[in-house]
Design a protein around this ligand. Structure first.
Ligand code: SF4
Length: 63
């Protein structure tokens, strides 16, 4: 599974790294980015939860 953040859409709310710090972090520009090539299996549920929680739907999950 892969995750992707649309940084043009991200409003920097910080929710995704709060929910799933294994996959997301905030950059110095206050947008989220994905820090892993492939989502670790034990973080998949959290990554999906972060995608669902994103207020601007900026996170894409590729199964
Ligand atoms: S939850 Fe969405 S808007 Fe918030 S930091 Fe993550 S990608 Fe950006």
């Amino acid at each position: 599974m892969k995750a992707r953040v649309d940084q043009d859409a991200c409003i920097g709310c910080g929710l995704c790294p709060d929910i799933c710090p294994e996959v997301f972090e905030m950059t110095d520009d206050d947008v989220a980015r994905v820090i892993v090539e492939v989502v670790p299996p034990d973080a998949e549920d959290q990554a999906k939860e972060a995608a669902d929680a994103c207020p601007v739907d900026a996170i894409d999950i590729e199964e």
